[in-house]
Design a binder for this molecule. Structure first.
Ligand code: NDP
Length: 328
């Protein structure tokens, strides 16, 4: 009889419940992974609580990230014992995800764990960290360079925001952290933020289509009026990478920042990002995110804490990255 393992499974009505499964419940994909760590992203909170329509079929094993060890493989590329990471690719949406003791995935969904990171640290990065790095890469491609002016990061104390602050600061940018929690200022300063802006200031809708030029660039995880304000305040020729909707999925803007100041709005998606883009981002995370900062960003929790943590991340109460230890 195959081994049993625990998994958080979402039925149509939600919230997710803890169930015992076996390999027979997993998809028939090429590589079986013993999952050792996962993480909690905003979208995981939406899926686990059933408050957001994330899963598109049921029952669905939640968890958009996983890190662990290959136990069985039908492809030469992956061998038992290999330490691997998988993030996104529709896990928890269209296919089973990482909140399970074991999971089967397609071989192209896996990335080899960088030697410089532990499995736990790789999940301290996870989807949020990958997304933050994809934002930085897009800004660089658009011409952003250190020394050209302040870069604003919204939702700074969250998962994506914290990694963005740490990476940009390490690269030498002047980082201004937009946060609604003054209690996180010391934490963000330790990550490298050199200034702060209250998130209310950006979230307020103003009637002016353009405001004084402040930002050479931006990483926005909030959307809505916050992103609209960042665009209005971006300097001539600057760029803003948009990846999130923590404040809403609308964008009440005019075209004026684009056509009068040449501002670029760069959309970033990590779920279906190409294998090449992921490889580049993981490599850069290995060099541009010092492990002491990574450890400062993350807290590790046991598997059973997930339902409570899911409520907390939706309420904006978690800080940085939440790592889930499946053995605890
Ligand atoms: P977190 O919950 O960790 O961080 C979100 C942060 O946004 C909060 O910590 C808070 O920051 C801020 N925030 C929360 N609610 C509001 C609000 N109503 N108005 C303004 N700010 C708010 O989430 P993640 O970092 O995991 O994800 C951030 C966003 O990025 C989410 O919308 C998520 O869906 C998206 N995302 C997109 C990806 C992609 O591929 N495009 C991949 C990963 C995430 P503070 O306390 O500092 O104010």
């Amino acid at each position: 009889m195959s081994e049993k393992f625990n998994a958080y499974v979402l039925d149509e009505q939600g919230p997710a419940v803890l169930r015992q499964l076996t390999d027979d419940d997993l998809p028939e994909d090429e590589v079986t992974v013993q999952v050792r760590f996962s993480s909690l992203n905003y979208k995981d909170g939406l899926a686990l609580t059933g408050k957001g329509k994330i899963a598109r079929s049921f029952p669905m094993i939640c968890g958009i990230d996983l890190a662990g060890t290959v136990v069985h493989s039908h492809v030469d590329q992956w061998q038992p014992g290999d330490e691997v990471i998988s993030t996104g690719w529709g896990m928890s949406e269209t296919r089973h995800g990482g909140y399970a003791g074991r999971q089967r995935v397609r071989s192209d969904m896996l990335v080899r764990k960088p030697a410089s990171l532990t499995l736990s640290q790789s999940m301290a990065i996870g989807t949020a960290g990958l997304t933050a790095m994809l934002c930085v890469l897009r800004l660089e491609q658009a011409g952003l360079r250190p020394g050209t002016g302040p870069v604003v990061v919204t939702g700074a104390a969250g998962g994506v925001g914290s990694v963005a602050v740490a990476v940009l600061a390490k690269l030498g940018y002047e980082v201004i952290a937009a946060t609604g929690r003054p209690g996180t200022h010391d934490y963000l300063r330790d990550l490298g933020a050199s200034g702060f802006i209250d998130r209310v200031e950006l979230a307020e809708a103003s009637k002016r289509p353009l405001e004084s030029e402040r930002w050479a660039g931006g990483v926005d995880t909030v959307g809505s009026t916050t992103l609209a304000t960042v665009l209005k305040q971006t300097r001539y020729g600057g760029s803003v990478a948009a990846c999130g909707l923590a404040g809403g999925n609308d964008l009440p803007t005019t075209v004026l920042p684009f056509i009068l100041r040449g501002v670029s709005l760069l959309g970033v998606d990590s779920v279906l990002a190409s294998v090449q883009d992921r490889a580049q981002a993981w490599e850069r995370l290995g060099t541009d995110l010092p492990t002491d900062r990574l450890d400062a960003i993350s807290t590790v929790h046991g598997f059973s804490a997930l339902p409570e943590l899911a409520e907390q991340i939706l309420a904006g109460q978690t800080r940085g990255r939440v790592v889930i230890d499946l053995a605890r």
